[in-house]
Design a protein around this ligand. Structure first.
Ligand SMILES: [Zn+2]
Length: 333
């Protein structure tokens, strides 16, 4: 489904503190470098049930949303708890269905060559792609993740920050980046590297949450895709495209898809409802399997109210995740 940028009149207004938005945030847009960014919403880290509020601002030119004053890189580990990592790996890291779909999307454009997976984690996508056709590479921050990835996929994995990797120019036919770009501090610099590392005609396949999605608007600061403060940038189809174009890439296909994780956003709404009557529930990061009555209530909401709201999704911004494929121009430097 193709989508267009959201008109200003439809932006999410969800302000925890009830304050008026400030008109001028003295920050230039990190993607398009325009001024005039406005405060968009405030919210806490609901996953861990923490109180500190974070401020998101939005660029009026390219619609990028970003975290104003993010935690310093040296402090970021405080926000990636063991509970978080457990939740992520439990969330279906080893889902072959997911990899099959992505592999099919990719092989429409490239069937062989050198493939680099940015933020390859423990290598389940690389392992899935393992065949005579592909020479596999990865970049992974966690040394343990990288070791596992190398073992299971036979890929060469660079351990560390993407910006510290030193691949020769025009090394790769394909670069993939799934659920990673939104965590990076310097998206423009990373995108420039991607542009350098791709061969002319090479493909960049990226997945990010869609901040213009119906769910993001319906839930505001309760939208689970915000992942404050771990997600530093929140892309829309328009801002993602702008970012890719800044590195000499052109859109080949861009679509948004529904994501069945709506239950987490509902849970965050529920947490606040309970807290308003003095009941503090265990934050999502630390809870076990949801209790039966809660699951039933959630299902009911999903089948009634949400179905109605989400039926409007194509009109108001589309599905929760953006699946985009870009190609490096043959003539680009
Ligand atoms: Zn911008």
């Amino acid at each position: 489904m193709r989508v267009t940028p959201v008109p200003e009149s439809e932006w999410v207004v969800d302000r925890e503190d009830g304050a008026r938005p400030k008109n001028d945030v003295p920050e230039l847009c990190p993607v398009c470098e325009q001024g005039g960014a406005q405060e968009w919403l405030r919210g806490p880290d609901r996953l861990h049930g923490r109180q500190e509020l974070y401020t998101l601002v939005r660029c009026p030119a390219c619609s990028l949303v970003w975290l104003s004053n993010p935690p310093k890189p040296a402090e970021m580990h405080l926000h990636y708890t063991d509970a978080y990592h457990r939740l992520i790996s439990a969330g279906g890291q080893n889902s072959p269905e997911r990899w099959r779909e992505r592999s099919a999307a990719l092989t429409q454009w490239k069937r062989s060559g050198a493939l680099l997976d940015l933020g390859c984690s423990s290598g389940s996508f690389l392992e899935f792609m393992g065949s005579e056709s592909w020479k596999l590479h990865g970049v992974e921050m966690s040394a343990e993740g990288a070791r596992t990835a190398e073992k299971r996929s036979k890929a060469q994995v660079f351990v560390g920050d993407i910006l510290n990797a030193t691949f020769p120019r025009e090394s790769f036919d394909v670069i993939t980046c799934f659920d990673v770009l939104e965590h990076l501090y310097e998206p423009r610099r990373v995108m420039a590297r991607i542009g350098e590392w791709l061969k002319p005609g090479g493909i960049f396949y990226v997945l990010v949450p869609n901040v213009d999605s119906a769910e993001a608007r319906v839930f505001g600061s309760y939208w689970h895709g915000l992942e404050l403060p771990r997600h530093l940038f929140h892309y829309s189809p328009a801002s993602l495209k702008f970012l890719a174009e800044s590195a000499g890439l052109r859109e080949v296909s861009l679509e948004t898809r529904r994501n069945p994780a709506v239950g987490t956003s509902l849970r965050y709404v529920g947490d606040d409802v309970f807290s308003a009557v003095g009941i503090r529930r265990t934050p999502v990061a630390y809870r076990g399997e949801a209790s039966l009555p809660w699951r039933a209530a959630r299902k009911l909401v999903r089948m009634t109210i949400l179905r109605g709201l989400l039926a409007m999704a194509p009109l108001v911004g589309g599905g929760e995740s953006i699946h985009a494929i870009f190609r490096k121009e043959k003539s680009s430097a």
